[in-house]
Design a binder for this molecule. Structure first.
Ligand SMILES: NC(=O)c1ccc[n+]([C@@H]2O[C@H](COP(=O)([O-])OP(=O)(O)OC[C@H]3O[C@@H](n4cnc5c(N)ncnc54)[C@H](OP(=O)(O)O)[C@@H]3O)[C@@H](O)[C@H]2O)c1
Length: 328
């Protein structure tokens, strides 16, 4: 099978398309033929050895010193079950599935071996491959942080970076909870972000919302626009600053003035992805496919993610461009 590997840290040009042996399914594993995968900010960060502030040393210790130990990147994929181990009961050959491997990666390949601890769920028919693979990365992250912060009906939540994978999911989850999402984004993205459920938008290129004096129950910083130290004055007493892209300083920050700093590494969770899929089935959540790339052009998807300007998810079509999903 063909797979993209990252032999050393660097620019997208370090990536190599290589031939690897096809995986086989162990007794409790399944092999999935990949239809679509994504290039997430996690993939681009690992490839470029770009860790949150203060985390570079520990990041290289954990992932590999000169290059990632797990050379095939890719946190998520969607595809068709091709073979099933003898002890697997819940999946059959031919099932359409969504696979979330998270930090274990390995999805930038034509085939992926799915282990018992990976999240693997049936893909609902109403989602295209591209839409399915656009769901978990941003959705799980937004759900994890909003839950940990105690999002409640009626809350006002400022979402900084609302056009990204995490931010666009957060806007929808905040609206679903009966809270008010105030989306910080460029004016050109305001229309589709309001359509996702934002109550208000603030154009960060023309408005200094940090100095405006308004306060919110939750401030969810999806881009590292600030830190707990520089943003806590935006949060009401009893509220929280959600440091989604936070570095070591935010992790060590203790709450002050009745404001908490919420940080963490988001674990892969079957329950979380199931909850997101339930919202999709109920027509209450829409994964945002921002851009699409052919498998042969995967480095271009990395370059797009590196730009910091991607909307929603950058999808890579591994087999063919089937029914094109709507892009924003
Ligand atoms: N803690 C965890 O476990 C965890 C898990 C997942 C992701 N993350 C982190 O979460 C962050 C967000 O990930 P993502 O995939 O959502 O990123 P992304 O898709 O690249 O989102 C960034 C978006 O924010 C916009 N933006 C950039 N600067 C902005 C600013 N100053 N104010 C408002 N909007 C701005 C960009 O568009 P424009 O520039 O066009 O406005 C872009 O659409 C990443 O740093 C990622 O590493 C952390």
């Amino acid at each position: 099978m063909k797979a993209w590997i990252c032999p050393r840290y660097g620019a997208p040009e370090v990536l190599r398309l290589v031939e690897l042996p096809d995986p086989t399914a162990g007794p409790r594993e399944v092999v999935v033929r990949v239809e679509a995968t994504s290039v997430s900010t996690a993939d681009a960060r690992v490839r470029g050895c770009r860790f949150p502030a203060g985390m570079r040393f520990i990041g290289r210790l954990a992932l590999g010193w000169r290059g990632p130990r797990r050379a095939v990147l890719g946190t998520d994929c969607a595809g068709v079950v091709e073979s099933v181990g003898r002890d697997v009961r819940h999946l059959r050959v031919g099932d359409s599935v969504l696979v979330v491997r998270g930090a274990a990666m390995g999805c930038h390949a034509e085939r992926v071996s799915v282990r018992p601890r990976d999240v693997v769920l049936r893909k609902p028919a109403e989602l295209s491959w591209a839409e399915a693979v656009s769901l978990p990365f941003g959705g799980q992250t937004a759900l994890y942080f909003l839950r940990k912060a105690g999002l409640r009906r009626g809350h006002e939540a400022l979402i900084i970076g609302a056009s990204g994978a995490v931010g666009s999911a957060a806007v929808q989850l905040v609206a679903l909870a009966g809270a008010h999402a105030i989306a910080v984004t460029r004016a050109e993205n305001a229309g589709w972000i309001r359509a996702l459920g934002a109550a208000e938008t603030i154009d960060y290129t023309s408005s200094d919302y940090v100095a405006a004096g308004r306060r919110y129950d939750l401030v969810m910083d999806c881009v590292g626009a600030g830190s707990f130290r520089t943003m806590r004055h935006l949060v009401k007493r009893g509220g929280a600053y959600l440091a989604v892209a936070g570095g070591l300083a935010d992790m060590l920050a203790r709450g002050s003035g009745g404001v908490r700093c919420v940080t963490g590494y988001v674990p892969e969770s079957t329950d979380a992805v199931e909850e997101l899929l339930r919202h999709v089935r109920e027509g209450a959540f829409r994964p945002v496919v921002g851009s699409r790339f052919a498998f042969a052009d995967l480095p271009a998807a990395h370059a797009h993610v590196d730009s910091g300007r991607k909307r929603g998810t950058a999808v890579v079509d591994v087999t063919s461009l089937q029914r094109p999903a709507p892009t924003v």
